[in-house]
Design a binder for this molecule. Structure first.
Ligand SMILES: Cc1cc2nc3c(=O)[nH]c(=O)nc-3n(C[C@H](O)[C@H](O)[C@H](O)COP(=O)(O)OP(=O)(O)OC[C@H]3O[C@@H](n4cnc5c(N)ncnc54)[C@H](O)[C@@H]3O)c2cc1C
Ligand code: SF4
Length: 484
């Protein structure tokens, strides 16, 4: 028999479709306060879960990640019980790991090959394991100073990522933030999912980078953007996100008891929860609506919380994990009802809604709601929380920036590398934490190329952020990142 004939046939690795369960706080106790809902894996469970990963030759999980996080590698290290190694791999590409291990929408899991047969690898929870059990109090090391300054406006995920990308390359970065705290919209995420402390843990790793945070300063109000360019910042990154509330624009929105969701969530996180009644209606179908219904339930002292959404369940943009969590906690969902007006004398007494039918898909592929005449009804309630989206606050920023406003409302530069109409000013952000970080990486690379050209040097690829030799990037062909 020839050696070829004797070789065993190639057997594709067997996929184990069953995920090691992730423990949760029990019901109904958890809805009485803001304790964390999901528990971390034990070391033993984490190793078992990591061993389900078949270490794909072409890792779809990495390919799907906007920041090209090498999840395959940290999972391999966890399976080998090398938690320190796993923590280092995680933090090497993701400076906001402590936040993302709790709130990332895990596009990696949606892409994981195991999903074809069952439940994908719990990649996000394994990231948490790497940080919890590995040495994660590492500090980033800047490379040789470049002698150039960059201003970043807005300290949300995009601004923090750009500051990190530029800081490790040796730029001197000043981040201006209008609020007193860093994190942008992550500051509104309820404490049962993540807390301010998580942002602080990530920020602590920046301490040796030449990154200065100036909080309580609103660019465009406290001083004009142009002043940054005039005063020694040859490049500016605008990552102002979507910090403003979008109103429902129906009669009665000024009644007492109508609350904008961002304010509601922010005040709750600051320990100053706004008064809610016992019959609460939340309008919206995205993640802000999900966080609002679950927070309102926790503050209502056993009240009833109803979510009203104008499209159907399939069209809801919210993360399915959050929808599932809300359902389990007893939130009532009312689909295909559009708010018409809010009624009450001085204070909310009801939300008038109208049934809608779903018409043909719009440009974004979602079916547009068509009102059904004569179908009005009133949902009695004493509180209405409006969670129908956010918009950028562009006060103080002029048309010369020529910003594009994306369908989800955040501003970005229209040119290559997210450059705006003003040379040296770049702008990006995103519809999720990791997408915002991915777009900031692209903008930071463009800023580095722009500034390097001014110095007459080639662009500097991202160095090893822990001060190791050479530059750090995944080998060519390892994966092709997708970006928003
Ligand atoms: C309630 C809620 C829950 C969410 N849950 C998740 C989740 O679980 N997972 C997920 O991935 N995403 C989630 N998101 C979305 C995510 O938070 C955003 O996509 C992300 O924060 C966008 O980042 P960004 O940096 O582009 O903008 P932002 O986070 O909006 O940050 C912009 C920053 O710029 C500051 N700023 C604005 N204008 C100025 C100015 N003129 N001068 C100085 N500073 C200024 C703002 O104060 C803010 O800090 C959630 C959003 C909300 C509201
Ligand atoms: S796609 Fe899934 S199975 Fe493949 S390497 Fe990534 S996590 Fe492992």
């Amino acid at each position: 028999m020839s050696p070829e004939a004797a070789a065993p046939p190639k057997v594709p690795p067997k996929l184990n479709p069953v995920r090691v369960p992730i423990a949760e706080e029990p019901l109904p106790e958890r809805t009485g306060d803001f304790r964390e809902v999901l528990h971390a894996y034990s070391k033993e469970d984490a190793v078992l879960e990591a061993k389900r990963c078949i270490q794909c030759r072409r890792p779809w999980c990495v390919e799907a990640c906007p920041i090209s996080q090498d999840a395959r590698e940290y999972i391999r290290l966890i399976a080998a019980e090398d938690f320190d190694g796993a923590a280092k791999v995680t933090l090497r590409e993701d400076p906001l790991s402590t936040c993302l291990c709790k709130v990332c929408y895990h596009y990696c899991e949606d892409a994981c090959v195991v999903k074809k047969k069952g439940v994908p690898i719990a990649i996000r929870h394994l990231k948490r394991v790497a940080l919890d059990y590995g040495k994660s109090d590492l500090v980033y090391v800047p490379s040789k100073p470049k002698g150039q300054r960059v201003a970043v406006v807005g300290a949300g995920p995009a601004g923090l990522m750009a500051a990190w990308e530029l800081g490790v390359r040796g730029y001197s970065v000043t981040v201006y933030e209008q609020e007193e705290r860093l994190g942008g919209l992550m500051q509104t995420i309820p404490a049962y999912r993540m807390t301010d402390a998580d942002v602080e843990v990530d920020r602590a790793r920046f301490k040796d980078l030449d990154v200065t945070f100036v909080t309580g300063t609103k660019v465009g109000r406290d001083f004009p953007l142009a002043r940054l360019l005039e005063e020694g910042y040859p490049a500016v990154f605008l990552s102002i996100g979507t910090s403003a509330h979008r109103a429902l624009r129906v009669p009665g929105e000024d009644l007492a008891g109508v609350i904008p969701a961002l304010e509601f969530l922010t005040e709750t996180n600051r320990g100053r929860p706004m008064a809610v009644g016992r019959e609460i209606v939340v309008v919206g179908g995205g993640d802000v609506a999900m966080d609002s219904v679950r927070s309102a339930l926790r503050l209502s002292g056993g009240g009833r919380v109803t979510l009203v959404y104008r499209r159907g369940r399939e069209e809801m943009p919210a993360d399915p994990e959050e929808v599932h969590g809300a359902e389990r906690e007893g939130i009532r969902f009312v689909f295909q009802k559009a708010p018409v007006r809010i009624v009450g004398s001085g204070h909310v007494e009801g939300l008038v809604v109208q049934s809608v039918e779903l018409g043909p898909p719009d440009a974004g592929g979602r079916r547009s709601p068509v009102p059904v005449s004569g179908s009005e009804e009133t949902i009695p309630c004493d509180t209405v929380i409006v969670a129908v989206g956010q918009r950028a606050d562009l006060d103080g920023f002029g048309p010369e920036l020529d910003l594009e406003i994306t369908p989800q409302g955040w501003p970005q530069g229209r040119r290559k590398g997210f450059e705006t109409g003003v040379p040296g000013v770049f702008s990006a952000g995103g519809r999720s934490v990791v997408y915002a970080m991915g777009s900031a990486t692209e903008a930071a690379e463009a800023i580095d190329a722009y500034l390097s050209a001014r110095r007459g040097e080639p662009p500097s690829p991202r160095p090893d952020p822990f001060g190791g030799e050479g530059t750090f990037h995944l080998p060519a062909g390892y994966t092709a990142p997708i970006r928003s």
